[in-house]
Design a protein around this ligand. Structure first.
Ligand code: ZN
Length: 302
């Protein structure tokens, strides 16, 4: 919390130079930690928490203080990031911005965040893992973010943009249809783009570290397929979501950003499932793309 408040002093300065465009890195969970899913399918809605402060961003998004250590200044900085960074990334790379109400609640401590998670029905045994390791959680149109896990404002930009990507997909009806690798890969891509706009050097370094982890998993034979189960992902010793990001990046590099938006559009229709939408858009089967991608990682790791 202290570090992010210190980071805020810098945020005005950061915004005086216009961010360079282009891509990458996310919020990180501590590299030694286990991965926890940040969005849950068909979960119970997050309950309304007692909040004292709230501020509205554009596009139906409201930022709220989850406890009284989250200041109005911090909410203002978060609103500014959403208006100046997140929304344009979502329009360009996720195909739209949220059209219905979104609540983002920020928590300053493991205690206040843990209490809120207990009220949301997260099992008591899991609370310690959630408060220690997650960058945020999204259910439906509600996003909760533990600030104390973030180093600075650029990581907050990453987490908010990442979670808003999930919300955007949920609101257009494709969230539950997309395979995890596309849902998470796209959210990572958007989050990294946002972080890069605020701190491109730190973002590049994070990306190198994450990429090294994925390539080491290839050489040690521990790389999971893009269709890995949640249990496999929980037990992995590298960041499987970064592998998802690399797959989405590879897809977008090969076929272009417009095609990816066209695929997302096709996937939200009731007539097609994600596999059909993929084949209609890319003229190849999703499983063939997945296999080709894994092979390309194997040659990269040699
Ligand atoms: Zn996510």
């Amino acid at each position: 919390m202290l570090s992010i408040i210190a980071g805020l002093a810098l945020s005005a300065q950061i915004y005086t130079h216009q961010p360079s465009v282009y891509v990458r890195p996310p919020y990180r969970v501590p590299s030694s930690s286990k991965y926890l899913p940040d969005h849950r399918r068909n979960g119970k809605e997050l309950p309304n928490t007692q909040t004292t402060l709230s501020l509205s961003a554009d596009s139906n998004i409201t930022l709220k203080a989850g406890d009284n250590r989250v200041t109005n200044n911090l909410l203002s900085s978060a609103v500014k990031i959403i208006n100046q960074t997140s929304l344009s990334i979502l329009s360009k790379y996720a195909g739209s911005t949220p059209t219905q109400a979104v609540n983002i609640i920020l928590f300053s401590s493991p205690q206040t965040y843990g209490n809120a998670l207990i009220q949301a029905g997260i099992p008591a045994d899991d609370i310690a893992a959630y408060t220690a390791n997650t960058g945020g959680i999204t259910i439906g149109s509600n996003i909760w973010i533990p600030l104390y896990n973030l180093k600075d404002i650029s990581q907050l930009a990453n987490v908010m943009t990442h979670e808003l990507t999930h919300v955007t997909f949920n609101q257009i009806g494709s969230g539950d249809k997309l395979p995890t690798w596309i849902n998470e890969g796209a959210a990572w891509r958007d989050g990294l783009l946002a972080e890069q706009q605020l701190d491109s050097l730190a973002t590049s370094l994070e990306m190198l570290t994450e990429q090294r982890g994925v390539l080491q998993a290839v050489t040690s034979g521990q790389l999971l397929p893009l269709t890995a189960t949640e249990q496999d992902i929980l037990n992995a010793n590298y960041n499987v979501e970064y592998e998802d990001f690399m797959a989405v990046e590879s897809l977008v590099k090969q076929y272009g950003a417009d095609k990816f938006i066209a695929f997302l559009d096709a996937a939200k229709s009731n007539q097609q499932d994600a596999d059909e939408a993929f084949q209609t858009t890319y003229k190849i089967r999703m499983v063939d793309f997945q296999n080709t991608f894994l092979k390309s990682l194997q040659s990269e790791a040699k």
